[in-house]
Write a protein that binds this ligand. Structure first.
Ligand code: SF4
Length: 263
């Protein structure tokens, strides 16, 4: 039945496939984590997704990454179809940065869409619009991280400029595609991107974009620190605590003045 389709035999490097996730979109999701990311966020909780190559922990006990074709990934995704149907779930492609392997992801999303599977991506939008557009054309939901509005701080804490990210969010935020939802996420890192000025700038930027469904504020956590140790790389943030519920609500009140905000 699935013998022929465009991109079927393309191969990509997949970090892992997680079944039955409830955190990466509506319903039960199969999450395909791709390897490779051009950013270096100091709080990254999946350091094993950053390097585009397959890598092994220092003690040699764990290997991160696996070469798979689009069809091999689809075969895994299809296995959970009954759960998608009953829960309103589907497939989410995440990373690393899934746009690092944009051609592979475009073929995957397109095929899932053809088979009636709900599709979502989690991304930083740090890529050219030419790579993003073909993925959005058949996508149900894009969760886009907008980490810092202030340009210099964005560079200092993620290693890259935010100009292209803001430009891509603007373009996507003005799209009028049926069944497409754009949700912006802000990982709130105390002392980095949670000042009043930063949150007002974020709210004002999103307020002008009609396709943005809402903003989601996510509290910083020190997830992934054990993986840093196993890979022998330094964790980028010291002495930063998870924000309190009270602080999250304070941040929500500020951005809610401009854009619907959930935490
Ligand atoms: S964009 Fe995501 S995967 Fe890449 S470094 Fe930042 S947090 Fe990690």
């Amino acid at each position: 039945m699935y013998q022929e389709y465009e991109g079927r035999d393309l191969s990509g490097t997949v970090l892992r496939i997680v079944k039955s996730s409830i955190y990466d979109g509506n319903g039960l999701r199969t999450v395909v984590f791709m390897k490779g990311c051009p950013l270096r966020c100091k709080w990254c909780s999946t350091p094993e997704g950053i390097n585009a190559k397959i890598e092994t922990t220092k003690d040699g006990k764990l290997t991160y990454g696996n070469r798979m074709t689009v069809e091999e990934v689809m075969a895994e995704v299809r296995k959970d179809s009954p759960f998608y149907f009953h829960s309103g779930g589907g497939m989410t492609v995440s990373g690393g940065e899934m746009l690092f392997q944009a051609e592979f992801v475009a073929a995957l999303v397109k095929q899932a869409c053809k088979e009636g599977i709900n599709t979502a991506v989690e991304t930083s939008f740090y890529s050219s619009w030419e790579k993003i557009e073909p993925i959005l054309a058949c996508l149900n939901t894009a969760f886009v991280d907008l980490k810092v509005m202030d340009e210099a701080r964005h560079r200092a804490f993620t290693g890259v400029d935010n100009e292209i990210i803001l430009s891509n969010i603007k373009k996507a935020g003005n799209l009028d595609l049926p069944n497409f939802k754009l949700i912006i996420r802000r990982p709130l890192v105390p002392g980095v991107n949670d000042s009043e000025a930063e949150l007002v700038a974020l709210g004002q930027f999103l307020e002008a974009l009609p396709a943005v469904q809402h903003l989601q504020l996510l509290p910083y956590h020190r997830y992934g620190t054990d993986t840093y140790r196993k890979l022998g790389i330094d964790y980028g943030l010291d002495n930063v605590e998870t924000p309190s519920e009270q602080h999250m609500k304070w941040c929500q009140r500020i951005t809610n003045n401009y854009v619907k905000t959930i935490i």
